[in-house]
Ligand binder design. Structure first.
Ligand SMILES: [Zn+2]
Length: 262
């Protein structure tokens, strides 16, 4: 690992990682702050200098939703400046380009990126599983083999599992009795048996809980076959479950356009 001196007295190390670009913010005239979910170093923010200049060496590689290979400068342990800088970037797959002309997929990608950021509140805390899920979801969205809304809901269910609050589906959320229970309560934590069912529980169609289970397990033949009303009910429950556990509502989730483009 190379080390370069800086004016502030500590040494900035150069290190490599691959990452998903979650967010890009302007910094002054020509610089950008890039929020990255990296494979080995968790979420971090890095400044990319001169990205707007003509013939920029970064160019379009640092756009949201891209999978990139980076060389970063800064201490990977987090000592010193919290803001790392991007010194090299190579594109692995720029998924963002494929969403620019596809609004439903763009909104789903935005909800995925926002969720990934919200589920990594602490910078530089490695979260390999969430990185893999986020990369996989963007790749699946770009591939277009499954409806964007289903890819998003599968991502949200699995991402919630990494945070430890996936909804109970195959057992009662309260007493743990296995089986498919008919009632669903967001405050109780998912499906609930007749004994534990709190007042105000929802009674989703059995096919809706089957879809939720299929999305969690990656059983795509079952998920793809789900009818539109079942998909709508499932995404409503997934969104309600997600919002219940997050301190602040996701900005991008209500904006997701679930019309399917071909
Ligand atoms: Zn129970």
């Amino acid at each position: 690992m190379a080390s370069v001196p800086t004016g502030s007295g500590y040494r900035r190390q150069l290190y490599r990682d691959d990452a998903v670009v979650l967010r890009v913010q302007k910094l002054g005239e020509s610089d950008r702050i890039i929020t990255l979910l990296t494979r080995r170093h968790g979420r971090l923010r890095a400044v990319a200098r001169g990205v707007r200049r003509t013939m920029s060496r970064f160019g379009a590689r640092l756009e949201p939703f891209g999978h990139v290979d980076l060389q970063l400068a800064g201490s990977p342990e987090g000592v010193g400046s919290s803001l790392h800088s991007v010194s090299q970037v190579e594109a692995v797959a720029l998924y963002g380009k494929q969403f620019l002309t596809d609004y439903p997929r763009y909104t789903a990608a935005s909800a995925i990126a926002e969720t990934a950021e919200r589920l990594t509140p602490v910078e530089r805390e490695p979260s390999l599983r969430l990185f893999q899920l986020t990369l996989g979801a963007l790749k699946a969205l770009a591939a277009g083999e499954h409806a964007g809304g289903l890819v998003l809901d599968a991502y949200l269910l699995r991402a919630m599992a990494t945070a430890g609050w996936a909804p109970a589906i195959a057992e009662c959320a309260v007493c743990g009795t296995p089986g498919r229970h008919a009632a669903f309560s967001v405050p109780a934590g998912g499906a609930v048996c007749p004994d534990c069912r709190p007042p105000g529980s929802a009674h989703p169609a059995p096919a809706t809980l089957l879809l939720m289970s299929a999305l969690t397990d990656g059983d795509w033949p079952i998920a793809d076959a789900a009818e539109p009303p079942v998909r709508r009910e499932c995404s409503g429950l997934v969104a309600a479950h997600l919002q219940w556990h997050m301190e602040r509502a996701l900005r991008s989730l209500p904006l997701v356009d679930r019309r399917e483009s071909s």
